[in-house]
Design a protein around this ligand. Structure first.
Ligand code: DAH
Length: 345
């Protein structure tokens, strides 16, 4: 064992219990954290503290009792301060970190189907309800199905690369869903009651009413004894389903290569109820899409007997329905994908 230096002994001998207690309690009172308390413990009760050194050197009973009492007092005071601080810390955390279950939560943005997808499904449901089937078409088509089979004459402007996106001389991105009519008729005998919906492509510059890609809904009914009245009745029903049961419909002649006669459908404006507004351009009517009686040339192309069968067809734009029905001023808004707009539908 190493001998303790004389001056340590001198300090031990000089330990003043009352002063030590006063200093320790004062330091404790100033301690504000668990670390502070620990420093006080080391200073006043640690192995090298004046008290511990003095205790080791005790010779007489009274000093022993006095110093041990002091040790117990300091231990108790330190434990008490520690408990007090940890209670205060707990209180602080309970107040500061409290979860107020009555506070309104942060609403998580929840996605839903895009308006065009909703209208597409609505359209399909309307026709499924009428006994039609839904068929898929191809987005990449041959010029034979996109133009020839649909009775587009040679030199028709739609055949120009200025209007249509060509992949090669004989392959295009379909400009309309109508080729699905031909493929369906080729694949089955009449009667045919089908709709086909999807994306189409045109070489258009985007503006408020044009987009190089948009969606169409194609319909075809071929059977014995189908007349123009069936077409008008079906489209009248469709308009009322899409725009409201008190809408009126009107049909005006038009021209498409694949229908004869061709008809453009109009619905009375649902926004102004026919009195005139910007959506209907003050005419009271909005044009919703093309249609007509299937040209017999199409039946010849697919091998149907044009003497026996007649049919009607229609092709409507889904973006157009969305824009008209919901008063969206610019169809490009539909594809900007701003949730503040899309979230409204
Ligand atoms: N294909 C036409 C277009 O893109 C729309 C259309 C009109 C489709 C009359 C038809 C129809 O089936 O009969 O403008």
């Amino acid at each position: 064992m190493q001998r303790r230096p004389e001056r340590d002994l001198a300090r031990v001998a000089a330990v003043d219990a009352a002063a030590l207690e006063r200093d320790a309690l004062a330091a404790l009172a100033e301690a504000e954290t668990a670390d502070d308390v620990e420093r006080v413990r080391v200073e006043y009760l640690g192995r090298k503290s004046a008290l511990k050194l003095a205790l080791r050197e005790v010779r007489d009973r009274e000093t022993g009792i006095a110093l041990n009492t002091l040790r117990e007092t300091l231990e108790a005071a330190i434990d008490a301060r520690e408990a007090e601080l940890s209670r205060a810390e707990l209180d602080r955390r309970l107040t500061e970190e409290r979860v107020d279950v009555t506070m309104p939560g942060e609403r998580a943005l929840r996605g839903h189907l895009h308006l065009i997808t909703q209208i597409r499904r609505e359209f399909e449901d309307i026709f499924l309800g009428l006994g039609y089937t839904v068929v898929d078409g191809r987005e990449v088509e041959t010029t034979r199905y996109n133009f020839d089979a649909l009775n587009f004459p040679p030199g028709h402007p739609s055949r120009s690369p200025l209007q249509t996106l060509f992949l090669d001389d004989e392959t295009v991105l379909r400009t309309e869903t109508s080729p699905a009519q031909i493929r369906t008729m080729e694949a089955q005998e009449p009667p045919v009651y089908m709709v086909s919906l999807g994306r189409v492509y045109r070489r258009d510059t985007p503006d408020a009413t044009h987009s190089p890609t948009f969606h169409q809904a194609e319909g075809l009914a071929v059977d014995e004894g189908i007349t123009l009245a069936d077409l008008l009745g079906t489209l009248d029903y469709l308009c009322k389903q899409l725009f409201g049961s008190d809408r009126k419909t009107d049909f005006r002649t038009h021209h498409f290569p694949f229908t004869e006669p061709s008809v453009e459908a109009y619905v009375s404006c649902h926004l102004c109820d026919g009195s005139g507004c910007t959506v209907c351009r003050h005419s009271g009517w909005i044009e919703v899409g093309g249609s007509g009686m299937v040209d017999p040339n199409l039946f010849e192309f697919v091998g149907y007997d044009p003497e026996r069968y007649t049919g009607f067809a229609f092709g409507w734009g889904l973006e157009r329905i969305a824009v008209l029905r919901h008063g969206i001023p610019d169809l490009r808004e539909l594809w900007r994908n701003d949730p503040r707009l899309l979230g409204q539908f």
